[in-house]
Design a binder for this molecule. Sequence first.
Ligand SMILES: [Zn+2]
Length: 368
Amino acid sequence: MMTLQQIFGQEAAIGAIRRALAHDCLAGAYLFVGAPGTGKGALADALASAATCTAPVHPFDACGQCGSCRRLRAGTHPEVVRVSPAGEQTQIWQFWTRDNRDTPGVLSTTLCYAPVIGRRRVYILEQADTLTEAAANSLLKVLEEPPPYALFLLRAPHTSHVLPTIVSRCQIVRVHPVPTDRLTDYLAQRFHMPADRAEAIAAYAEGKVGQAVRMAENPAIAAEIARVLDLAEGIPRAPRVRALRLAEQLRQCAAQLRALPGGQADPISGDEGDTAPAKEKASRRTLLGCIDLLVIFYRDLLALSVSGASACVVNRDRVDRLARIAASAGPERWMYCLDALLMARRRLEANANVAMVTEALMMALVGV
Ligand SMILES: [Zn+2]
């Protein structure tokens, strides 16, 4: 678990949190919003550790050594409770004990007891955007007037994904992507990696710190990126009749991803179990990961065909081959491909049929 000081790139949010902690005027509920992979989780966790620490240091932060900090680090803090969706949604019975459920609700069993290990009792709602309406409504009163020792930390991609009545009861903390050059320096330093690798990861992650860190921590990622890009290189010059076969290869490639963001081993995917809808959702997500890589690939082609300069090319290690592909058509061709990719992305997010989206995509991408 990270401390506030170890969080990179969210200076404004951390400054506000530290001031509130130092003046002992922390709100009872915070909503962390930002795109998946920006690092909402790390920031919420850092606030949890600073708020519970019994011997905080200056400027306000967790000490890392008290009983509360040690238990948090070990993942065994009984007063810091995480609530993630049970299946697709976060349900009311996860908070409040219901007669027809064996599992007691976390709020029913703990909310009225002051903490004894740390200074606060913390409830982290990992995906507040998945709260059922009943669950959300059942929280309104406690979010409005929580016990003085309780702290609710909610996470969601955007405020519009959460009921307005919940949003209005929370302090909003926005978590932003950081400039890629800053992220490059950070990755190179923290992971002792060569600058060009750090640069590539920062560019792939598009400034999202959480995603970049997961990519940097996982050496398998480079191989998976290479697999998607090898497929990509074959697309522009493939004849029209190959489109359906390429669509199938793209789906297979996505299904095999493990390390890439959205892949099967991705912590973002959480405990969704093995249900058919969960698998369908997972394959949609890995496909979105592939499409993000294809967008970067075609952006490289566009950059090379417009300026011929390799300075802003992300896939540096392939620049010679990319330059040859880029020269085979004009910039408007690569613009057209990028449009087709963004359209495919929107359709996938809107739950369109995966096979149909990939087939339409490949028909647009294959050679003229
Ligand atoms: Zn501590």
